[in-house]
Ligand binder design. Sequence first.
Ligand code: OAD
Length: 242
Amino acid sequence: MKRETIEQLKNTASITVLTGAGISAESGVPTFRGDNGLWKNFKAEELATPQAFIRDPSIVWEWYDLRRRLLKNIKPNTGHFAISEIERCIKDFLLITQNVDGLHGLAGNKNIIELHGNIWRVRCVSNCGTRVNKEVPLKDIPPYCDCGSLIRPDIVWFGEMLDEADLRKAYNGIRQCDTFLVVGTSGLVQPAASFPIMAKDIGAYVIEVNIEATTITPFSDEFIRGKAGEILPLLADIIAGR
Ligand code: OAD
């Protein structure tokens, strides 16, 4: 790690973190674009869309039901816990995650934006409301609301708008931070992919942790190659002054 990065982490007053599927990989959650990225020959982009749901709600729900079954007994890993420790050390802290698995909350983070939603929430397509649903496996696929309409995962699909309040809060976090830490994302899905670049433009020090270089790497002040579960505890140690 560069001397400059260590000094930055020791002296930082505000940190914004962006995470992607890579942080949950060591908990056993498959990433979207790695070797295990395909399901029944479908890519995430072919299933996580309103069009796919209109065409075949059962196949989309089967995929989410499988992911929910996988997630049911999965626990946060040392990478998630390190980010929650960083939040305890730094008052001005924001975590923006693209993950829908809820593991950051389980690890103890409080100030979280779940940019793409949460797999344990569902909502009626007729807007009857959003609720938590932890039934695993789902009894009925696809599930229906009492009003007779389909129920869908409360996830922001490709082609859908992100929540405006979430975006506003994310942009504030990007504007205000002096350190921007990006972990385990391929940087292929917008707008999250542009967050580290915006942070860099505004003057933040950008640190990327990933097992391989990404579209974000050229914009990072330091790219640390390695597993999130191994690297993040080292960064948390520096921030905590150990
Ligand atoms: P991807 O699957 O595209 O990328 C995962 C990234 O994690 C890759 O860059 C890997 O190199 C890296 N990685 C894997 N294991 C790692 C480890 N142990 N430590 C550190 N890095 C590791 O996932 P995302 O970038 O999160 O959206 O994908 C973005 C969005 O596309 C997702 O939120 C999802 C998906 O389709 C929706 O479903 C709406």
